[in-house]
Design a protein around this ligand. Structure first.
Ligand code: DGL
Length: 268
């Protein structure tokens, strides 16, 4: 079916999920919308995140998408159920797939989750993990310094290491968890640094991979996968400046940017 998959995020971080979708579903066409103008969503109140997310969804629905991926953890935490109830297309968030991947990996049932203040406050990850297995012990930690650092392109090197080490100190010194979920779109860009700080014995989970797998299964189930042969042209929209987009997409994720446009989303 030649309808695109819609992907929304508060900004550029969702490109980590888009890149995994492109890798696993190379014939599918994506329409990505990043709300860079109003990013970050992490520290915002729930009502505001819901309002902004609905505005983004309305923009993408006008582009006739066949499935919606909420690539933003904070937006998933606050709007997934609402959108699944309201829309008549499948809606996939990043939290359940991340939780499932972590449960597959853990051996000692001790899982850490790092994310924005909003995501950690919402308790969406502990709820998702306990929904699968109520014996899992979860340690949540918000890391508000990571998103601005990634947005500035500081991803590796001594500065990134120091910020990550300081932020993760409380989780690391307990030496309990064997699996750590990167519960924020930006954190996969810091994966090597986070792994170096936590040590090789801790499994690091990025939900992008598992989310893309779920999208593939759902499109297959609904018989809406694109079946022809093509290299699709993806379309990227941003509510803010393009520069950060291009830098993260090309420099860090090697995503080909075919079409990038400014989105005029209707705000209330
Ligand atoms: N996309 C957000 C998330 O995954 C991180 C950036 C933000 O705070 O908006 O939670």
């Amino acid at each position: 079916m030649d309808q695109p998959i819609g992907v929304i995020d508060s900004g550029v971080g969702g490109l980590t999920v888009a890149s995994e979708l492109m890798r696993q579903l190379p014939k599918e066409r994506l329409i990505y919308l990043g709300d860079t103008l109003r990013c970050p969503y992490g520290p915002r109140p729930k009502e505001e995140v819901i309002q902004y997310t609905l505005e983004m969804v309305n923009f993408l629905l006008k582009q006739d998408i066949k499935l919606l991926v909420i690539a933003c953890n904070t937006a998933t935490a606050f709007t997934l159920e609402l959108l699944q109830e309201q829309l008549d297309i499948p809606v996939i968030g990043v939290i359940q797939p991340g939780a499932r991947a972590a449960i597959k990996m853990t051996k000692n049932m001790q899982i850490g989750v790092i994310g924005t203040e909003g995501t950690i406050r919402s308790r969406a990850y502990p709820d998702a993990l306990h929904g699968i297995n109520s014996e899992i012990e979860v340690q949540g930690l918000s890391c508000p310094d990571f998103v601005p650092m990634v947005e500035q392109g500081v991803i590796t090197g001594p500065e990134a290491y120091q910020v990550v080490e300081t932020a993760l100190q409380s989780i690391k010194e307990k030496q309990i968890i064997d699996t750590l979920i990167l519960g924020c779109t930006h954190y996969p860009l810091l994966k090597d640094t986070i792994q170096a700080v936590m040590g090789e014995d801790v499994h690091i989970i990025s939900s992008g991979e598992e989310t893309a797998r779920e999208v593939s299964v759902i499109l297959g189930y609904h018989q809406t996968l694109y079946e022809g042969d093509r290299s699709p042209k993806h379309r990227f929209y941003t509510t803010g400046p393009w520069e950060i987009f291009e830098r993260i997409a090309i420099q860090w994720l090697d995503i080909p940017i075919n079409i990038i446009e400014n989105a005029n989303i209707e705000t209330n």
